[in-house]
Ligand binder design. Structure first.
Ligand SMILES: *Cc1c(COP(=O)(O)O)cnc(C)c1O
Length: 399
């Protein structure tokens, strides 16, 4: 034991020396634009609860009703005896919302990515990812054993080079050809910029590859029906696999994959994170379904409008204060400070002024690209945004 604990202490010291040490902060309140962290009330600009649904009365009511009717636990995996009615209801709602033939829910977005990518690709295949995709996609691609190729962020030329190379690989007559799977996010989680989905679809069609799009930060926010960037770009029907999380704008927890029914049937048979894991609690499934229903309602529409007007205001005001503007258009506004210690200092100074914006560091982003990751919600009021801007410009413009 002694050798074990002293070795781990040494490793932690190493992390601290690089200003990369992380610790949990205890939140003593519900998720909303105001939270209490370690006893201190703070204005919250850190959450992915973009539409303010995480503490919505209808989601809470749905969760409570599900627990009363179906209990707290789920007993087993979905394929054993845990495939409770709320999961089926959620999947019907997801498919209808995303306008796909079918949907499958997972315990998290992470599990959805790992299960799906590893089910679809194996050691004879090729996976091509954007340099900035989420850790769950990188981990999945490695775990799958497929040949992994990475293209520079949103770089269509480099992607085309890789796809051309992939198609030159020898195809043995008795084997099905190596499959190429391209994976991107639609809105990138740390930079808040948007992938050129229209062009990506053209490329994958030209080279016969499959495309998987992670809409974690776009579902509920983009497109006339708020389905995501795939809808907005008018290419949803050409994307083989649409995935995302139920834990961000949807206001609950879990992950999903939407697509043709054969994809869903295949995942039920082959996605190991689905097969070998206890079914998510029905409270989460029922809350997610309620979240999806609100997103599609007039209330969802007006929450979404409010979010975009908040985004517009913060970007405008930051620009007027002389902050170099980020190109992205999403609820994620990265304020890149570079140095890890500088980002940590700025986050601390903001906290002391009653505002919570987390510093994001390596390995979540590249070394030397540490930032405050500011996220906005429909729940933020104009007064709160003004407080944010006043405090922020005082701190980062002088940091
Ligand atoms: C949050 C996130 C996930 C993981 O979803 P969880 O439900 O939190 O596990 C996957 N991809 C992206 C881009 C994310 O931001």
């Amino acid at each position: 034991m002694n050798e074990f604990t002293s070795e781990l202490s040494k490793r932690l010291d190493d992390i601290r020396r690089q200003d990369l040490y992380r610790e949990l902060r205890r939140v003593g309140s519900a998720q909303s634009s105001h939270i209490q962290i370690d006893g201190q009330p703070l204005l919250n600009f850190s959450s992915n609860d973009y539409l303010g649904l995480a503490n919505h009365p209808l989601l809470k009511e749905a969760a409570i009703k599900a627990v009363e009717r179906f209990g707290s636990g789920t007993g087993a995996s979905r394929l054993i005896c845990g495939s409770l009615a709320p999961h089926h209801e959620l999947e019907r709602a997801l498919a209808s919302f995303k306008n796909t033939e079918a949907a499958l829910s997972f315990s998290s977005g992470y599990a959805a990515a790992v299960g799906t990518i590893c089910a679809l690709s194996g050691k004879d295949d090729i996976i091509v990812i954007d340099k900035l995709v989420h850790a769950c996609v990188v981990d999945a691609a490695r775990l799958s054993g497929a040949k992994l190729r990475v293209y520079a962020h949103n770089d269509l030329n480099e992607l085309e080079d890789i796809l051309r190379w992939a198609n030159t690989r020898a195809i043995s007559p008795e084997q099905s050809r190596p499959r190429t799977l391209v994976v991107t996010e639609s809105v990138f989680s740390m930079d808040g910029d948007v992938a050129p989905l229209g062009e990506l679809v053209q490329l994958k069609e030209k080279y016969g590859a499959w495309l998987m799009v992670d809409e974690a930060h776009a579902t509920g926010l983009f497109g006339k029906y708020r389905r995501g960037v795939a809808e907005e770009s008018n290419v949803a029907g050409q994307i083989e696999i649409q995935m995302g999380t139920l834990g961000k704008a949807v206001g609950a927890a879990g992950g999903y994959v939407c697509g043709p029914k054969v994809l869903i049937d295949f995942l039920i048979n082959r996605a190991r994170t689905f097969i070998f894991s206890t079914a998510p609690v029905t409270a989460a499934a029922a809350a997610a379904q309620a979240g999806i229903e609100i997103i599609q309602s007039t209330e969802g529409h007006s929450r979404c409008d409010k979010l975009w007007s908040n985004i517009g205001k913060v970007k405008d005001d930051l620009g007027k204060a002389g902050w170099p503007l980020v190109a992205g258009r999403s609820a994620i506004i990265p304020l890149i400070l570079g140095d890890e210690a500088r980002a940590m200092g700025a986050a601390k100074a903001m906290r002391e002024q009653g505002i919570f914006i987390p510093a994001v560091r390596f390995p979540t982003v590249a070394r030397g690209e540490a930032r405050l990751r500011l996220t906005l919600s429909a729940a933020h009021t104009e007064v709160e945004l003004n407080t944010l801007l006043r405090t922020l410009t005082g701190i980062i413009c002088n940091a």
